[in-house]
Design a protein around this ligand. Sequence first.
Ligand code: ADP
Ligand code: MG
Ligand code: MG
Length: 213
Amino acid sequence: ESRAAATRAAEALGAIRDVIDENADELGRLDSIAGDGDHGIGMQRGARAAATEAQAVLERGAGARSLLVRAGDAWSDRAGGTSGALWGEILRTLGEALGDDQAVTAAEVSVGVTAASDAVRAYGKASVGDKTMVDALEPFANALDARVAAGDSLSAAWVAASGAARQAADATADMMPGLGRARLHGEKSLGTPDPGAVSFALIVETVAPLLDT
Ligand code: ADP
Ligand code: MG
Ligand code: MG
């Protein structure tokens, strides 16, 4: 029911904070190769703010929708950087696809993730192949949608989609950046995956075992 969904969402945001803390140095290193090196620190600021806000909202008795919307606002307010704005967009858009009162279904989550993928592309104007987080998010959303439509549980569909996100994030190593600052340093990034695609894969892999429906 709704309280359980909100509790799981707050737990997931706590686990995201922890996995980003553990990987912040590596994410910063990846971003320093063709970017400005702040992806680890920005993701840490955003994930910490989102987890703290989620816990506070949960303690006031809110449902999954309000919790994710408020956590998204906290993430984008505190993170700075392009990825902070995009993660705020992802959490808010996913939240808006859920109810506060009803149980959360696999179909609602899948629709919300597809909407989040569309929102990121609308906001950032990146396409698949530009070497951004879109290259992990879009295959994740497509795989989740296909598996939920085929009748998988949310948990099983999310595990499969996380595998697709990880493969796609690894594959960004062979891409040249298609937009933004990194375009100027494109050849330097060959052989190195996109930091935002890597952090996306880490996050969805971390959430997978927390879903039990
Ligand atoms: P900044 O680029 O502002 O320093 P971060 O270092 O935190 O922000 O995040 C960089 C990541 O953000 C990139 O690796 C990429 O995945 C993602 N990103 C950057 N620009 C875009 C965009 N226009 N659309 C989608 N993702 C983007
Ligand atoms: Mg950066
Ligand atoms: Mg920056």
